[in-house]
Design a protein around this ligand. Structure first.
Ligand SMILES: [Zn+2]
Length: 325
């Protein structure tokens, strides 16, 4: 291939990490880089680090930045795609107001075109075209990580609604239940998201024995990553087990209800926890969803295929394809 005519940059901006990829034909990753999301300095610091990370990914691919057709960014928040602005952002510290991310990042990249999309939406689109959703006319994507993101493919296309369709993490699984970060009560995310699980684990740790926070300190982390939850399970930790059992029960209610409503062919589960916990936990989620699903509408359950680069690969698809791509 001639990289210059096909290569596109993709950036996945997360609450903890920035992942960058350069993709070639059929969204194949030809270069990548990753760094921590800055905790200080707000949007300006984020732009600086996004630019550094995509430059590193281009270098990893053996390309100059100017050889990319453009850069797409998946942002955890609401986007005005026409204006190229981020109107609301979740989980990025010190970033509080609307910000012209596309223009500022383009400036930092010597005028390279920049397109924005929602992080979960682009990850679902990547799975639809190149991952576990290939060949499916309909599926529900569930990204089980810090929060619980979701996206819907119906009749072969991503369903956007008026901009926020597919928010499975904020369907109610318990009326009048726990307060969610979004402001509503009883959301799936308030029972299953890693951030909510960590809050509950901290409370449980005051009265029950758990290795969760010992593992966190041993590994030099300041939060309970998906890997730490997995290690605690392997060590037979009852608190980790109980909290994840509750999370699975909540996922079952939310996903099962959505399946009954939408009659999708498949449920595709990804995200940090989904990936780390793997096939046996996917089976548990399926089992937990069954009582909430009509027998004749049961979908297949699959793990997402593109892994932790899926969001960045999806973001690269925001860059308009050139001839031959
Ligand atoms: Zn919510």
């Amino acid at each position: 291939m001639t990289p210059s005519s096909l290569a596109r940059g993709g950036l996945d901006l997360g609450g903890t990490k920035i992942q960058a990829v350069v993709t070639g034909r059929a969204a194949k990753v030809v270069g990548h880089a990753r760094r921590d999301t800055p905790r200080r300095g707000g949007a300006e610091a984020v732009v600086r680090d996004l630019a550094i990370t995509i430059r590193e990914a281009a270098a990893d691919a053996g390309l100059r930045l100017s050889e990319l057709g453009g850069v797409g960014v998946g942002v955890p928040g609401e986007i005005d795609m026409g204006e190229g602005t981020v109107t609301q952002v979740a989980n990025i510290e010190e970033w509080e107001k609307e910000y012209p991310l596309a223009a500022e990042l383009s400036n930092a990249l010597g005028g390279l075109p920049v397109s924005l999309g929602n992080d979960v939406t682009v990850a679902v689109e990547a799975e639809r075209r190149y991952g576990a959703g290939r060949g499916l006319r309909s599926f529900l994507g569930v990204f089980w990580g810090t929060g619980v993101g979701g996206g819907l493919v119906v009749d072969g296309r991503l369903l956007r609604g008026r901009g926020s369709a597919g928010e499975i993490g904020h369907v109610c699984v318990k009326s009048g239940g726990r307060r969610c970060a979004c402001g509503l009560r009883g959301c799936l995310e308030a029972y299953a998201g890693r951030a909510a699980l960590e809050q509950r684990a901290r409370r449980e740790a005051r009265r029950r024995k758990t290795v969760l926070f010992d593992l966190m300190r041993q590994r030099g982390r300041d939060r309970l990553t998906s890997g730490i939850w997995l290690r605690a399970l392997d060590a037979g930790d009852a608190v980790a087990r109980d909290l994840l059992d509750d999370a699975v029960a909540a996922l079952g209610v939310g996903i099962g209800s959505a399946v009954t409503l939408l009659d999708v062919e498949a449920v595709i589960v990804g995200g940090g926890l989904g990936e780390r916990l793997g096939p046996s936990w996917l089976k548990r989620i399926e089992k937990a969803a069954r009582p909430h699903t009509f027998f004749h509408t049961r979908p297949v359950y699959r793990l997402a295929e593109l892994g932790d680069m899926g969001g960045a690969i999806g973001a690269s698809l925001l860059v308009p394809a050139r001839r031959g791509a």
